[in-house]
Design a protein around this ligand. Sequence first.
Ligand code: SF4
Length: 88
Amino acid sequence: MPVSDSQTRVCPTRIDHAPALFTHKVNEGTCQDRQRGRYHKCYTCAYNNAYVAARGLPEVATREPKPVVEVKEPRTVRVSELLPLRAI
Ligand code: SF4
């Protein structure tokens, strides 16, 4: 039986949101099997049962790319606003 995207999770989904080098999709049963087997990536995964019990399921990543850097308007500063230099 085919599994829909809503029933799968990206394994691993790191707690610190860092991209993992190798990922794949697993269903919940496979995820639970791996956690019971002490899969080494589960300790830092947002789908880890202990982490989910404390904070809930992670949000599913949206396909909308987030801006990497927030661009701010340039601000001019008058010389009189700068702190005076002091000799040490
Ligand atoms: S908890 Fe473990 S098995 Fe489940 S998605 Fe995370 S790394 Fe994969």
